[in-house]
Design a protein around this ligand. Structure first.
Ligand SMILES: [Zn+2]
Length: 337
């Protein structure tokens, strides 16, 4: 089944870590509790699911889940009775894994596996367990049900209770992907080469981020941000442009506008770094020459970045988005006067 959803061949990056996990899964020597650590969008969840599919498959072919046994079909349908995922629930106030979710999990994990001879549990976003939930899972990790394997995923290792980290028999660090790996992977997903090239550079090592940017038109947003800075620095940003932008931004979500400000901040940071004599890694490598052509004195760059920080802060208040956005641009323009 070349096209089965869970395949080791479909995983990009972190080849050594992935090879080890494949070995544990195929040889059924998987540790009872493992922690995967690394930034969002680099494939931790995909790898964990592939581990699960491999551990549960009844008929591995060359170390790959067969794709045709009952277990594989249930995995693909997302209804495998021995596979359990816990992830944060988003509420307006916060992302959280609550104690109730952990209790449900414990009830489930205490039962015998139904389809297979073992059970796999993924806790994605483990750092979002609130204190009660974290203390609750701790007991389970201390005395894990014999047939159950726990895979905890986190983008913020330091946000996890130390006691939880120490209960995991193994911590594996997932590294960011290279721009080439992201580029290749985007091509495979049918994204055209020019777009893929741009996205791979600005995604900062995360395929998930590249895909999210593709969906939301994020790279266009980045180019927009660059053009704005160019207009500001060349004193070409007129009131008319600001008001026209304001009209568009009024229809955006606050999150989108926050992303936009982040792009501006990163562009300003890159311009600053290009002024330095040492070589630093730029966020917007593909714009290097264009960025180097923009000359803004250091003192003014600091002020502009401070305006961005202020705008980000105001975005979290109830301030009207359009007014806030327009005033942000006017204040940026003022710093370059
Ligand atoms: Zn199978």
């Amino acid at each position: 089944m070349g096209d089965y959803k869970f395949s080791w061949k479909k995983i990009i990056g972190n080849s050594e870590t992935v090879a080890n996990l494949k070995k544990f899964s195929v040889e059924k020597t998987f540790p009872h509790a493992v922690l995967f650590a690394g930034v969002e969008g680099i494939g931790k969840r995909k790898v964990a699911e592939t581990c699960a599919a491999t551990l549960l498959c009844e008929n591995l072919i060359d170390g790959e889940p067969c794709g045709t046994c009952d277990s594989c079909k249930l995995m693909a349908a997302g209804t495998h009775p021995d596979f359990y995922v816990v992830e944060p629930e988003d509420t307006k106030a916060a992302r959280n894994i609550k104690i109730g979710q952990i209790r449900d999990l414990q009830r489930e994990a205490s039962l015998r596996p139904v389809q297979s001879d073992r059970r796999v549990v993924i806790i994605d976003g483990a750092e979002f367990m609130n204190k009660a939930a974290a203390n609750c899972i701790l007991k389970t990790l201390e005395e894990p049900p014999t047939q159950t394997i726990f895979i905890l995923l986190t983008a913020n290792r330091a946000g996890l209770l130390l006691t939880i980290r120490s209960r995991c028999s193994m911590t594996l660090s997932f590294e960011k992907l290279s721009a080439e790996q992201i580029y290749e992977s985007l091509l495979v997903q049918g994204i055209d080469a020019v777009k893929a090239q741009k996205l791979s550079v600005i995604a900062d090592g995360s395929l998930g981020r590249a895909l999210a940017l593709e969906k939301s038109g994020g790279y266009e947003m980045r180019d927009d941000a660059f053009n704005l800075i160019k207009q500001i620095s060349s004193k070409a940003l007129t009131d008319e442009i600001i008001f026209a932008k304001g009209k568009i931004w009024e229809t955006w979500s606050r999150e989108n506008f926050a992303d936009f400000v982040t792009y501006i901040q990163k562009i300003l940071r890159d311009i600053y770094l290009l002024n330095q004599s040492e070589v630093y890694e730029l966020y917007n490598v593909d714009l290097k020459e264009n960025l180097a052509a923009i000359k803004i004195p250091e003192k003014i760059l600091y002020k502009m970045i401070a305006e961005g920080t202020l705008a980000q802060r105001r975005l979290k208040s109830n301030a009207n988005l359009r007014l806030l956005a327009e005033s942000y641009l006017m204040r940026l323009r003022l710093t370059c006067k």
